[in-house]
Design a protein around this ligand. Structure first.
Ligand SMILES: Nc1ncnc2c1ncn2[C@@H]1O[C@H](COP(=O)(O)OP(=O)(O)OP(=O)(O)O)[C@@H](O)[C@H]1O
Length: 116
């Protein structure tokens, strides 16, 4: 096993996270994640509820980063206006929206019964 190669790949992945973290959407997700975790702490979630909340937060960040990567590739491949470039970016953004909506629903199903 080539540990130096793995370490280098790990460094590139960290670089990718740092690059994505400069995006406005990423920053909004950081703020949302902090608010949700604070609410979870104050509400007193069960162990399994924490697993679900943390999984949703991690998936949201991962999906947002994949969306950013797709935007970059589209900009590289098609800097000019093209209907397929539009579709690719809109579909990627739609994927994030679908996940965000379902995460919000799951979040409400976890939190609302504890509040009311
Ligand atoms: N090359 C293109 N051809 C056609 N439509 C495009 C193209 N680039 C962007 N668009 C349209 O403009 C929208 C916004 O694109 P943009 O690249 O600004 O994405 P964004 O979501 O604002 O991301 P960010 O501002 O984080 O880069 C896209 O969803 C798409 O509908």
């Amino acid at each position: 096993m080539d540990w130096r190669k793995y370490l280098r790949s790990f460094g590139y992945a960290i670089e990718g996270i740092l690059t994505a973290s400069k995006e406005q959407n990423f920053k909004s997700h950081v703020v949302s994640a902090i608010i949700v975790m604070l609410a979870g702490y104050l509400t007193g979630l069960s162990r399994i509820e924490w697993y679900i909340v943390l999984l949703l937060i991690a998936l949201m960040f991962a999906l947002e980063m994949i969306n950013t990567a797709i935007e970059r590739v589209v900009d590289l491949a098609s800097p000019e206006i093209h209907p397929l470039a539009k579709q690719a970016k809109d579909i990627a953004a739609g994927a994030v929206l679908v996940f965000a909506l379902f995460s919000a629903i799951i979040g409400l199903l976890i939190f609302l019964p504890k509040w009311f």
